[in-house]
Design a protein around this ligand. Structure first.
Ligand SMILES: [Zn+2]
Length: 236
């Protein structure tokens, strides 16, 4: 009977352990962490696209600036040629036409430059948005990890304490009895041992009829409920 009392006490720890594990499985942080990681992946993809756009916009701005600088140089050269060709009317006329062409092209480039700059500003805005969103996601993930470590860690510690108490409780109990209890507990994933309550199973509350009740009582002090198959302590 002492062994059976200890088994009941061990079970009270096991039930608390099951409850703790349920709490652990229900912690919301793992889903939040997975969500943050999926969001970061999507944002990272966006950030890569923006980086490509940024590169293209920079190239475009450089190309425009380079062409404009070379045109400016050319402008000076043509102007110098005009200055040197005073009196050579046809030459001056041709050079002046050339100068007008250069000025026109530089005007077009100026408009293109303004457009490219507006585009670059837009891209920079997107970059800042994605960077801020990434920081948010990282902060949320870190927060969830921190919370999970604290709450999960506390639950794990409580579980370890309960396991130690349960094992201490079972230390001197007959090994076959412990093994039978463990198998039953594992199979049911819940309460495994109770007491016979007159003609009822103390756990599932099924009435055990005459013939089976007598057979069960003959197994005292320990039998099984014919209905739920749990171990039943029989006190006669
Ligand atoms: Zn039962």
């Amino acid at each position: 009977m002492d062994d059976l009392e200890r088994l009941l006490e061990a079970q009270s720890f096991d039930l608390q352990i099951i409850h703790l594990n349920k709490q652990l499985a229900e912690l919301p942080q793992p889903a939040r962490i997975a969500d943050a990681r999926a969001k970061r992946q999507a944002l990272q993809k966006k950030a890569d696209q923006i980086a490509t756009l940024h590169k293209e916009a920079s190239k475009r701005l450089t190309r425009i600036a380079d062409e404009d600088a070379s045109l400016e140089k050319k402008q000076h050269g043509v102007q110098a040629a005009i200055d040197a060709a005073q009196g050579d009317y046809r030459n001056v006329e041709a050079r002046t036409k050339e100068l007008a062409g250069i000025a026109k092209r530089r005007e077009t480039l100026q408009a293109e430059h303004a457009e490219a700059e507006a585009e670059a500003t837009k891209i920079e805005g997107l970059h800042q948005q994605v960077t801020a969103a990434l920081e948010d996601v990282n902060r949320l993930e870190a927060q969830a990890i921190d919370e999970f470590q604290q709450q999960g860690g506390a639950l794990k510690k409580s579980e370890a304490d309960l396991i130690a108490k349960r094992d201490a409780c079972l230390a001197d109990v007959d090994a076959d009895l412990v093994s039978e209890y463990r198998k039953t507990a594992e199979r049911l994933g819940s309460i495994a041992i109770g007491t016979l309550d007159d003609d009822r199973c103390g756990i599932c509350r099924s009435v055990i009829d005459g013939g089976r009740l007598i057979a069960l009582q003959n197994q005292a002090p320990l039998g099984r409920c014919p209905s739920c198959q749990r171990l039943l302590i029989i006190k006669l």
